[in-house]
Design a protein around this ligand. Sequence first.
Ligand code: BGC
Length: 742
Amino acid sequence: MIRNRRSRLAAWFALLLLVPPLPVAARPAAPDRPWMDRNLDPDQRARLLMAAMTTEEKLTLVHGPMGRPRLGIAPPERALGSAGFIFGIPRLGIPDLQEADASVGVTNPGNVRPGDGATAFPATIALASSWNRTLAYSGGAALGDESWRKGFNVLLAGGTNLVREPRNGRNFEYMGEDPLLAGSLVGDHIRGIQSQNVVSTIKHFAFNNQETARFSVDVQIGDAAARESDLLAFELAIEGGKPGSVMCAYQLVDGRYSCENDWLLNQILRKDWGYPGWVMSDWGAVHSTEAALNGLDQESGEQLDRQVYFGQPLTDAVAKDPKYRAQLDLMVHRILRSLFATGVMDRPATRSPIDYAANSRVSQSIAEEGSVLLKNEGGLLPLAGVKKVAVIGGNAQFGVPSGGGSANTTAIEGPGLQIPVMGWGTLGSPRLMVFHPSSPLEALREAMPGVEFVVNNGDYPSSAAIAAKDADVAIVFATQWTTESYDVPDLTLPHGQDALIAAVAAANPKTVVVLETGGPVTMPWLGQVSAVLEAWYAGNRGGPAIANLLTGRVNPSGRLAVSFPVSEAQLPRPSLTGWGTSADRPSNYDHPIPLPYAEGADVGYRWYARKGLTPLFPFGHGLSYTSFAYSDLEVRGGRTLEVSFTVCNTGERTGADVPQVYLTSIAGSPEPRLIGFDKVRLAPGETRRVTVTADPRLLAHFDEKGHRWRVAGGSYGVAVGASSASFSLTGSGAVTAGFVKP
Ligand code: BGC
């Protein structure tokens, strides 16, 4: 009865939610709050508000504790329960900043809000592998809407670190290895989040590319290489998404901690890029009060630092030193202008009912569009005409895995399967392997009525082989759990799953492997299996998404956002730098571990091309149940390159393709770079003309001496293809020499 009433209520609210948020109409501001005049720009409004603030109030906004109990410190009473909290100033209408993680759903760390689940979106690397900018926006909007309706006005989202290290435990939170792909999709995602009047961060600025020794590695990279790679991804995403805040990273860059790195924060972010918002620290990433002068505006999760540097020490510095007084004004201005610019002040986050069904549809679309069909020999997929299917391993009966750490999201349906992972130390508690309760096995059963399913847990290769032997098809679900704080030591599948797959494939060559991993893995068994689908961490609708892809209700259209190496020997760093050091914070911060980036800007496919290596699967690769052909290439030169061509669906099914445009050479010297892409959905026989215009920075080298991007004049080689290693059209265009401001 109660349930019925609840579900009627839920249905009624769901209807209400179909109405989009009302545009915020300009209302006259109350005379005592002139900053609430929406006709003024965010900077004018911030200035008016600051004029009404005391120094003490200003100091309140620049630091705050965690929003949940941690290290014996209870969160402030007003905290809703989340990663971070900054006291607002009710007298002036400045709301508390309720900061929640973020990357793949609104998190509920340690169940601090008992039972409060959220839409668990697929891994960010799945979203990147969709190459679909519209979907990135809708994913962001759904996440932003959920955050707003849970009362959180700051989302710690926007993971942009490039995949330089395939063993990185957080690759699932990032958007792959290419600056253009990552930069565009992160920008769209952030734009989506902020469309709901919630601030999004972009993080972790910059070069937090591995978790091993993340508090103490010192990334060494030159200015030009930095700007042409990770920083370019951030730059493009900041231009596109206009995030209210940038979160600086844990590790050092060229000898300085990221959160007090004048070069990163003041010179590049502020001066070169003109970024107007605020820089918040990562949790436990502040090492001094001087960080304020070096560009940090807000100390987050302050109990994790050795002292609250932006508390009493900053108060004292402001009282004594005019330099700090002026800096405090700058810091507060940046925070307030972002709160105005994103509408946080005008449409305060309010706890209200959430249309989980609608958000889950977005989640499922991301899983469907972001899964990548890597191999499909003999057209085994989509499954058709089969009578008996063996489903093996991966807890497929229970759900799909999710990534761990601060991004770990509790699904609306509950946490599903939770397996604590052995370990200790300050980072022991986040080690919880969670499977969202969306069972691929159940979804397959529903999608294939009348088919007999044999189930085997995959613990013993010999018994799995027996289960597979007389089935028409064997599907092995292979999982790799990855998490913040820990990298994987190598790219093999854990728990003997490589041997399991080999045994199953030996018993039945009609073996399909569904990979559920946080990033690339090696596949010693690849030659023995018929099909491989990389489904990443597929989120709270992962089961149906995987079943739809395997049965052909949905035609796969994902393309790899990251190269898969044959083995670790192909990587710029065959072994992890710092491996074996404790993942905990070091007790002595004065001994950084150098992490030189010998690959410079040649991340991922660019590295393979430079070294003449053939990866297992190249960046951009992904198959479909139909086929596409490209023709009629036109390359127009000038200040930049404009590339047009025709895509045709030459197969028998409707499907979406991701034609990719690469620069191949500049004046004869090889220079592989993605310079444009599109996602086009075509019916059989349908054609579409696609045109992409390259951002001139993608054609340029950064000229350190001249402090600008230099586009060399000459002939630029261009290719259109289905991946970074398969080109079907090639041409060239003459580009005129030019400069772009940094
Ligand atoms: C992570 C951030 C996260 C923060 C708050 C840190 O450990 O690096 O990405 O937003 O915690 O949970």
